[in-house]
Design a binder for this molecule. Structure first.
Ligand code: PLP
Length: 403
């Protein structure tokens, strides 16, 4: 018997979990499935900005060799300008790492930090890669509550209660997947202060930082303090609708003088895979220097703005469902009345919906949520398709009671 490594115990990623496998079987049996399990804009007809695609094509012949392990200098300079303009102090290109998507960089950032048993404060609900990365690295993911009653903001008291001498880092996902929350400057200031006091590294996942509605302002945690070590993540998958390019970056800023060993570790991990895909690195400079066309899509009459409105209206009209309206990203994380539907197992709920209506969603526990009373909707399908899908969810819930 060939056993998987013990490091994979308790590591999961339900976006491609058992539900996804069941959806593929149904598809093979000839049933078309509405796949709302992952935030991948291209299959729903979104296109990356033309200047980004064109720049990659024009540079394909220049992209045949390896780059520096951190990435092309021209792309890192674009990232540097981006954060300097936002107000991050002392940004240096040596502290910027380009990766095959953020996913790869999240793994590096966590692996380079943790020793066995170290703790990381991870939001609940979270984007599940964060919990998986901590566990895979031998750490303990300690989930702190994001409070639905308070617009899904982090519960600072809960974070304080969960701090221990083993706590090494605090993860922020802002704008948040799956809740769509965008944190205020004030709450971020409180969290940064806490990180300063307890010498925690802040991992700030800001992959949706340009997908904002209702003129919501966005604050990058790294702009708030020089004395805390902050690792900020973003990339092209969402803001530039180019998830398949696998292009992301991370910036180390703030208390770098205290973190030379850690930054050295990041360099080691980045160099072990030589460099990230070079054509995709060209896309990064074109994206950051180009039109920021995503802003058109998030306006009330833009495609994402309209889909958000329909999704919210239709979901909240379903008896037994409530939902906090998201301020960013392209997800909703509605709450189910578990008594009404008798839901004890949220994965079973999602499997039943899949079998009954051929709609693939991910249940709340897939985002490490602690109760079986939530699920996530991806509102990327265009209006008509989205509307039909929500009608199917409504029809299913009209008579659903879990046995
Ligand atoms: N972080 C968050 C919060 C995400 O939602 C995603 C993708 O859905 C990622 C990271 C991974 O992004 P990438 O496509 O750059 O690997």
């Amino acid at each position: 018997m060939i056993q998987r490594s013990e490091r994979l115990n308790n590591v999961s990623y339900d976006l491609f979990g058992p539900l996804y496998e069941r959806a593929k079987e149904l598809e093979q049996e000839g049933h078309p499935i509405m796949k709302l399990n992952i935030g991948n804009p291209a299959p729903f007809g979104f296109q990356a900005p033309p200047e980004v695609v064109q720049h990659v094509i024009s540079n394909l012949s220049n992209a045949q060799g390896y780059s520096d392990h951190r990435g092309l200098l021209s792309a890192r300079e674009a990232v540097k300008r981006h954060y300097t303009t936002k107000g991050v102090a002392h940004v240096h290109t040596d502290d910027i790492f380009l990766g095959n998507g953020l996913s790869e960089l999240i793994m590096y950032a966590v692996e380079a930090l943790l020793n066995e048993g170290d703790e990381v404060l991870v939001p609940m609900p979270d984007y599940p890669l964060w919990t998986a990365a901590v566990r895979f690295s031998g750490g303990k993911a300690v989930h702190y509550l994001c409070d639905e009653e308070a617009d899904w903001y982090p519960d600072v008291q809960d974070i304080k209660r969960k701090l221990t001498p083993r706590t090494r880092a605090l993860v922020l996902i802002n704008p948040n997947n799956p809740t769509g929350a965008v944190y205020s400057r004030e709450v971020l200031q409180e969290l940064v202060k806490l990180a300063e006091e307890h010498q925690l590294v802040i991992f700030s996942d800001e992959i949706y930082d340009k997908i904002l509605y209702d003129a919501t302002a966005f604050t990058s945690a790294a702009t708030l303090s020089d004395s805390v070590l902050c690792v900020t993540f973003s990339g092209l998958s969402k803001n530039y609708l180019a998830a398949g390019y696998r292009a992301g970056w991370m910036l180390v800023s703030g208390a770098k003088h205290k973190a030379q060993s850690y930054i050295g570790g990041l360099n080691t991990l980045a160099s072990l895979r030589v460099c990230s895909n070079v054509p995709a690195q060209f896309a990064i400079e074109a994206a950051l220097n180009g039109q920021q066309s995503i802003h058109e899509l998030t306006k009330p009459d833009g495609r994402l703005g309209q889909q958000r409105a329909i999704c919210y209206e239709k979901l909240t009209a379903i008896p037994g469902i409530t939902c906090v309206k998201p301020k960013g990203a392209f997800y909703m994380f509605p709450k189910l009345d578990v008594k009404k539907f008798n839901i004890k197992d949220d994965q079973q709920f999602a499997l039943d919906l899949l079998a009954n209506q051929h709609v693939l969603l991910v249940q709340g526990s897939g985002f490490n949520w602690h109760q079986p009373d939530h699920f996530r909707v991806v509102y990327l399908p265009e209006k008509l398709e989205l509307s039909r899908t929500l009608d199917k969810i409504a029809a299913f819930l009209q008579s659903y009671r879990q046995v």
